[in-house]
Design a protein. Sequence first.
Length: 572
Amino acid sequence: MVEAGWITEDQLVKALKFQQQNPCLIGEAIVKMHFSNEEKVAMALSKQLGVPYASRENQILNPEKGQTLEKMISEKFAREHVVIPLFIENNVLAAAMTDPANILLVDNIRLVTGMDVQPFIATKAQILKVIDSFYQGATDLIDRVMDAAGQSKGETSDSDVITADGKLDLDKVIMGESKGAQSIKLVNAILKQAISERSSDIHLEKFDEKVSLRFRIDGVLYERSAPPGDLVDALISRVKILSKLDVSERRLPQDGSYSIKYQNRIIEIRVSVCPTVFGEKMVQRLLDKGAVELNIEKLGFEPRQSADFLKAASAPHGLIFLTGPTGSGKTTTLNSVLNTIKSPELNIMTLEDPVEIKMEGISQVQIKPQIGLTFATGLRSFLRQDPDVILVGEVRDDETAEACLKAAMTGHLVLSTLHTNSALEAIPRLIDMGIENYLLASTLLCLAAQRLVRQLCPECKQPYRPPKEEIDQMMAECLLNPLPDPARLMFYKPKGCPKCSNMGYKGRKAIYEVYFNTEEMKRIIFKDADIHKLDEAARKSGAWGLRASGWRKVIAGLTSVDEMLSVTVTER
């Protein structure tokens, strides 16, 4: 990797040092320290071991159809060992795996299949994605469970599905035909279907004459097959038991959480139950650690924006604020930044509510206001822990804002979030919270805002020549220099196909506005913090807003014009 120029000698030395402190393979250390990615490590291992490299890009990581490969290697075996069969030729099975040097795994595959094995090397992320699509069965698990209800015999208990460490194991088969067994099977089926559809939230609500089950996918709620009305209370009770909530309490809102184990993944679930006029409504938020990739290069930053943000994050002290509405990906962005800058030489501490993404090498603390552990009190305690970098989940009040400022002034780098419509609006908000203009001007390093736009499905997106109105609007707002040639512009719109469940969109990408605090902006903040003057100064420095970033994603074919306009505000 050094010879290829993928990492430097200095990075290799740091990775070896990290490996000594955190026992792991050197390739894992390089990826964890964000010096390179899994693909480059796999390509280097391919060359070193003399094993072919397989990826979806080179079309090798694509199992042959019609060779009954799914019967040769079961889905459970594939997920447990992170391996995928590719093809059979002359009684030799080609299989992609993350570690071809693992002789025990190769021998196991040989015993299971009765064939010689030709190993290929691929990344874990790509293998798991291929497993998802290769072994995919019928999509509506809920309908299948309801159709099968009452066909199996016997009773069930929690011991059938709860692991020794208290996690719900969705890979266990539930037997039984009682209402209790049906509710357990239905809860499991709903969770499995939600995970397979990349849902972030599950909404279950009972009305006068109907039951509503909805999944939030890429920020939009979609209706799904609802369970029978007479089972809704049993389903909610089942989740309450898992979340250690009071089953008998139906008059007050309750919040809880539990963990599930499914297909070699651990998923945290936050539960909120709220009484309504027709009964209780339950919302479950799925926090899939395996689905979150803390790679700042893949979030959606434009090169200039990424450079400015990382320049601020590399400073020894100061304030960095990221703004945006709830659910816009702020936590993922900040954790990606921390993952990029973390090293054994830095003491990084976080205060969050709640801790959604657990990271190795970083001290993370969950606030507990009921016992007096708030953002402000926790931050004051942090200063006695010799930190270098502090992440504060959110600045909600004057006390927290003042504590962040004091930490930044005493030699610490502080990252936090605010709820404002744009990045520059954070400045008057902080001044309203009691921070003096001159102190804010001297400590503020960077302001950023972000939104999430749905990405067009690459399999079915439709190209079209944009009409004059869209071209005119793009020319006025994209702030590109030089401007693209209107005659050669091609935009895309959603269509829908089986790969994206006929939605036309698959996944989301962040769009940003990033303002590094220049000397001119500092003078304006010190004088009167006029937001229009700040905007002009930022543009002169080459920065641009959310709408301009959105147009760049449209021009690149990542999203549609309608989607981009729906989440951005008009430029000042």
